[in-house]
Write a protein that binds this ligand. Sequence first.
Ligand code: LLP
Length: 417
Amino acid sequence: MDSFINSIDFFKGNDPEQIVANYGTPLYVYSEEVIRSRMKAVAGVITKYDYTANYSIKANTNIEILKVALSEGINCDAMSVGELMILKKAGFPSDRIFFVPNNVCDEELEYAIDNDIVTSLDSLSQLEKYGQLASKKCKGYECAVRINPGVGAGHSDKVVTAGKKTKFGVAEADIDKIHEVLDRYGLKLVGINQHIGSQFLDPQPYLDAVRNLLRIARGFKGLKFIDFGGGYGIPYHKLDGEADYPMGDFKKRLEPILDEFVKDYGYAPLFKSEPGRFCVAEGGVILARVHAVKENYGHAYAGTDVGMHVLIRPAMYDSYHDVEIIRDGKVVPRENLSEITVTGPICESGDIIAKDRLLPQIKEGDLACVLDAGAYGYSMASTYNTRPRPAEVMICMDGSVKLIRRRETFEDLMRLF
Ligand code: LLP
């Protein structure tokens, strides 16, 4: 593919130069159309049985994106009280939120209990704490437990969230102890969940993990739901022809696994999954201004205003993001390519967005458009080097451009002192 931006008319006819003239750079730009289409796809993963897709909002917590999820009828999962609060602010009722925290204090668990939000406990120690708090409210309080099935998967060790060397979930060997704690506090276990990791394009590890969780689920009677977690990948190498996650094939292979379980278990509990990245990654790009072009000891660099403070994924996980160059509002064709590294303004040599890429000739004043930045982009951005965080705009279904988060100001940064 020569240009993802052109192939789907990402900006819906708007001139990117005009957008940044109005909102500045660096700028997160989202496509409502792409996000809605991905949310529709995850909502249809299981059609034969009761199913909900929970958008995992850590990927992108912009309130307007949460409202898109709300209107698409999908539910959400949250990791912190901050995420619970923003979901409520976006209009989500408690019964459309699943709280899956890790290592939290009493106040955070109490917030979920006070708001009647179903919570999954991630260790025996957190289950014990939850039991103490919930039993003050009533007997038979409902909860879920996150199981660590002993195997994980993902694009980097840092995002593998199950397996023998991760902090997450209760190990299978400790399942008897779960029952002891439940009995001690009169808790009612209504669900089990897992999340094995993030960003796989081959569905096999996920399908294996589903089969494995369902095997474990047979040991729990009366479950209302089973949640298989997120992790569906997106093609970060799309300009080189990388294929999409094979959603259709995945659905076909998933269904017989569920059929077999339902036959043995006697009924179908509600099935859930928790995709974050898949819903939003491809629906977001970053527009950056190229402020300097230089050659250092034979290596070419394009210095932009997008650094690791705006998008930390390349620095943190060696993640790959495609970059398109825009000049005078038009994507520069991928011709006369030469090797160049796209960097940011941060005072670290790891401040790299795209390393040693074959890109068309870049000039000062061009825009660099970083693709697939809708997930774990803004939500992991920081103010490192005392740089205010960027603004976010949405290209709406009707093609209008809407500011959905204003740019942070220096006054915002000073306010905490
Ligand atoms: N559920 C749980 C419990 C999770 O921990 C996660 C992600 C998800 C669902 C959603 O996973 P997804 O569908 O987005 O893969 N910052 C990293 C990704 C970290 C994912 C952490 N947990 C990145 O930029 O690649």
